[in-house]
Design a protein around this ligand. Structure first.
Ligand code: HEM
Length: 149
């Protein structure tokens, strides 16, 4: 698959993932916290996860595929030995943290979500949203040669 087509798939995924989480964090979460109404949040989550999870999977597949096209394969990850690999390794670490938050939310927080535990869910939402925006910012460095500390 051409790099350009992979990038288009990656950007479509990013619009759904980052856009969806920004809408959740900025417009839905404040209303949920004000009204202490967990149903509003669960209703959004039910609708959004149908497109959110496939978007994340598309970004991981297209992202890793593009990484290989940049010559950064599995054996190079987490060496921080060149600017492009540094971006990719940082994104993989942020992806792992996102997956841990998703597991925590889906198996521990959402099943017993009440008005009392809403702040914990809010922490999950704000963390995953911030990480998503960071992933977007990091990705934009690749076209400028990557990131060197
Ligand atoms: C929430 C997850 C992610 C988001 C929101 C995201 C977002 C982005 C964005 C906005 C770009 C910039 C594209 C451009 O410059 O036009 C990008 C580039 C890139 N991303 Fe991701 N990304 C995510 C996950 C990943 C993962 C898991 C990998 C794999 C290791 C990855 C690898 C790459 C690569 C290699 C590029 C450079 C593409 C290029 O400039 O040709 N991304 N990403």
């Amino acid at each position: 698959m051409s790099h350009h087509l992979l990038l288009i798939v990656h950007l479509l995924g990013a619009t759904v993932w980052v856009g969806g989480h920004l809408i959740l964090a900025v417009t839905i979460l404040p209303e949920v916290l004000k009204k202490k109404d967990v149903e509003i949040l669960l209703d959004f989550e039910r609708k959004y996860e149908k497109i959110g999870i496939p978007a994340l999977l598309l970004m991981v597949i297209s992202g890793v595929w593009m990484s290989y096209k940049f010559g950064v394969g599995f054996s190079n990850w987490f060496h921080f030995s060149n600017p492009i690999e540094t971006v990719i390794s940082l994104k993989l670490i942020l992806l792992l943290i996102t997956v841990l938050f998703a597991i925590s939310a889906n198996f521990f927080v959402i099943p017993k979500l009440t008005a009392k535990t809403l702040p914990l869910m809010a922490f999950h939402i704000l963390s995953v949203t911030t990480i998503g925006v960071l992933m977007l910012l990091l990705g934009s460095f690749v076209r400028y040669g990557g990131l060197s500390f």
